[in-house]
Design a binder for this molecule. Structure first.
Ligand SMILES: [Zn+2]
Length: 253
């Protein structure tokens, strides 16, 4: 069995066949999926999905790309949903993206901090997106150490960020990028303890080889797990079992 710890099933890329996508994932052995929120506008769709499928859980949060659209009302909606809805398990995805800079950096930092505060208040983990922002993300993890735990999703960072995250008790998640020839965090992937490792598709983005460039979907998490197993020199069964155990432990499922 497998677990896709991070996908975006409310994305419009799935509008025409969402039900088949979930069915295909279950048929491929995916026993659980967490559909991640990028913007509070996703939440109605996420709530509906998590109530309709027993294999689905969700999150609530504001992606760094959307940080400039954040408002006290949006954060209040995140708080309410995480607090009131048992199938919504974490705050996120939130974080910092200094690669695309779709929102000004000061706003990204403030909206990330607001969600770390919410996570602490609600006693839930955070799902963190960090791209070209290792120094700032590590700083935040250190600052909230012992108060908030999280996952560095779709990890592409460096050794220092990885060490800071692991030392603070965080999890690390790898996506289909592990199948790309240019994937740079290969050596770091080998050093992540087996009980802190998650796998994800981040679908509909980042389809693993041989689907690269096409729409991704949770069934392809099997391909991610295979590549992770190969890079770590471990049996696929062990990585698959860890994907389930660790996702359940992280999200409190
Ligand atoms: Zn994502």
């Amino acid at each position: 069995m497998l677990f896709d710890s991070h996908c975006h099933l409310t994305d419009s890329a799935f509008d025409s066949d969402r039900e088949e996508v979930v069915t295909r994932a279950v048929a491929a052995g995916v026993e659980g999926m967490v559909t991640i929120c990028s913007d509070p506008r996703d939440l109605d769709g996420i709530l509906e999905l998590t109530l309709n499928y027993r294999e689905l859980w969700g999150t609530a949060g504001i992606h760094p790309h959307e940080a400039r659209h954040s408002s006290p009302e949006a954060l209040e909606r995140v708080r309410e949903v995480v607090h009131d809805q048992p199938r919504i398990r974490a705050v996120g995805e939130c974080g910092l993206d200094f690669h695309y800079d779709h929102s000004p950096r000061e706003i990204q930092r403030a909206v990330f901090r607001a969600q770390l505060d919410l996570a602490e208040e609600l006693g839930r983990p955070v799902v963190v997106h960090s791209r070209d922002a290792d120094v700032d993300t590590a700083h935040m993890i250190r600052e909230y150490r012992g108060r908030v735990t999280g996952v560095l999703h779709c990890f592409t960072g460096g050794a220092e960020l990885l060490a800071v995250g692991l030392n603070a008790g965080w999890y690390v998640s790898f996506s289909g990028m592990v199948t790309f020839p240019g994937f740079e965090a290969r050596d770091l992937l080998r050093t992540v303890p087996g009980d802190r490792l998650l796998v994800e598709t981040d679908s509909p983005y980042l389809a693993p080889v041989p689907h690269r460039g096409k729409r991704n979907e949770p069934a392809f998490v099997a391909r991610v797990a295979e590549a992770v197993a190969q890079l770590r020199g471990e049996p696929l069964e062990r990585i698959a079992a860890a994907s389930v155990e660790n996702a359940r432990a992280f999200y409190g499922i």
